[in-house]
Design a protein around this ligand. Structure first.
Ligand SMILES: [Zn+2]
Length: 381
């Protein structure tokens, strides 16, 4: 057993229910797991010490939505979009072609680099989706590779209809619900569907999600990115753990979410990178909806893996306080993954802690784009 004590903490954001933010605190981790939280004066001895030098300590971020198994890039598409072209889901197909052509080792190396970047920005729990293979073998391969780096793997065969099925989308939905699901389910914890005018309809999504549930997977949904598309109601009806995007919501959607255990996961880096209006986090919190903030890091609609920047955007653009945004990026993400023991700093937490180069968590919003994550301590899978 190896223990480490973190001292001289400027502010500890633990999200303990009775005292979410505390001062004069110390934290001890044993083998990467939080073993003690209390007043610095009472801190027990440990094998080693991390001096926070007055910096804030926060939970490791929980990024509950990413697409990190792919090849190629779409930098040209981004430049064209910034020059005035509008975003559509169709660009996904170019990443599919590059991903299918890439050998395992290339995908594995790229994934490892992306995961390392996320961790350097404080992300210690990361959900990763398939969705750039769209054949039985390529989807299974993406999930196997994702499983090498996280337990939170999501089968997203229903990302878009691949080009070869363009004239027979029903046959593709059959494939996703049948052989593809059967091959992928052992490597996945979740099933997801992209509901969008360029992707799948609510009725198609219902079939796919029900098939995934029958195969033992938990449910997640992409909905409401570009329009109020009925996907939120479906997610609530089926008891999905999370419905992601939620940029366009009807009043009935908000009321349904408030009455449910489904988390609304907001992805402000997508709005930033597609120049779209941001989701209204304040409206959701005021209605009693549980929210999460995640990156949706992917090669098309947003290629940033920065949870700190997502927090800064939420504060700047979505009507929440820095503490509410940080809670959504940690506790909220844990809820969206139905996980306990991550996204908070309490005895038994396995999500690790982040030492900031800033005296308060509010500096995550105050200093957008600045690398404030000084050190990530602990965290076990
Ligand atoms: Zn996504």
């Amino acid at each position: 057993m190896t223990s480490v004590v973190i001292t001289d903490i400027g502010e500890l954001v633990s999200f303990e229910p009775e005292r979410p933010v505390r001062h004069d605190a110390a934290v001890v981790l044993v083998d990467g797991i939080v073993a003690w939280v209390g007043d610095a004066a009472d801190a027990p001895a440990a094998d080693s010490r991390v001096d926070a030098r007055g910096g804030a300590v926060i939970p490791g971020f929980v990024d509950s939505h990413s697409h990190l198994v792919f090849a190629g890039d779409r930098a040209d598409e981004y430049a064209a979009r910034m020059a005035g072209q509008s975003y559509s889901a169709g660009g996904i197909r170019s990443t599919v072609a590059a991903t299918r052509a890439a050998p395992d080792d290339e995908l594995r190396a790229r994934l490892a680099a992306l995961v390392a970047q996320a961790r350097a920005q404080g992300t210690t729990t990361l959900e990763i989706k398939s969705g750039y293979g769209l054949t039985v073998a390529d989807e299974q391969r993406a999930l196997r590779l994702a499983r090498e780096v996280t337990d939170e793997t999501t089968f997203l065969g229903a990302h878009v209809v691949p080009a070869e099925y363009a004239s027979d989308r029903g046959a593709y939905v059959d494939l996703v619900c049948g052989p593809m699901l059967e091959s992928c389910a052992p490597h996945a914890r979740w099933v997801d569907v992209f509901i969008d005018s360029g992707a799948f309809t609510v009725d198609e999504a219902r079939r796919i999600l029900q098939a995934g549930r029958d195969a033992g997977l938990g449910l997640r949904v992409h909905a409401g990115q570009l329009a109020a598309d009925g996907g939120v109601a479906l997610a609530v009806e089926l008891g999905a753990a999370s419905v992601d995007h939620c940029t366009h919501l009807t009043d009935a959607d908000v009321a349904a979410l408030a009455d449910s255990a489904t988390v609304a996961t907001l992805l402000p880096l997508v709005e930033f990178s597609t120049r779209q209006p941001y989701p209204d986090a304040r409206r959701l919190l005021d209605a009693g909806v549980q929210i999460a903030i995640a990156t949706d890091c992917n090669p098309g609609s947003n290629f940033s893996s920065s949870m700190p920047l997502a927090v800064a955007l939420a504060v700047r653009e979505m009507g929440v306080t820095p503490l509410e945004a940080l809670e959504a990026a940690t506790v909220g993400g844990a809820r969206a993954l139905r996980r306990s023991g991550v996204g908070e700093v309490r005895v038994g937490s396995s999500g690790g802690v982040v030492v900031l180069d800033a005296p308060s968590h509010s500096w995550l919003a105050y200093r957008p784009g600045v690398p404030l994550v000084r050190e990530v301590v602990g965290g076990v899978r």
